[in-house]
Design a protein around this ligand. Sequence first.
Ligand SMILES: [Zn+2]
Length: 111
Amino acid sequence: MTLDKINILGIEYSITYVDKPSEVDINKHESFWGQIDYWTRSIRVFDDGKRPYEDIFETILHEILHGIENELKLQAFNIKTNERGHDELDIFSLALTDVLFRNGIIKEDKK
Ligand SMILES: [Zn+2]
């Protein structure tokens, strides 16, 4: 993936790719596919060069949804008010990725 920054509702986030899931977590506590940090305005994504493009896109979209959720103070994905909130955010990123790729709106970028 060549995308190295993304503007979410007027806020620019840098995107960094790391080759180990344990390096995705800025606090090094857990292993993740992706993580967004609102303080440093950064998104970190696991990309070992073997993950399919569509998977990496889905991870970034997941983090974008977190960014939108945070900026607009949405309740729908909030696990404090909706115990399925995070699962539903994940389903949205999966479904949106499917629609965007299935219709050729997003295509794999050849490096
Ligand atoms: Zn998440």
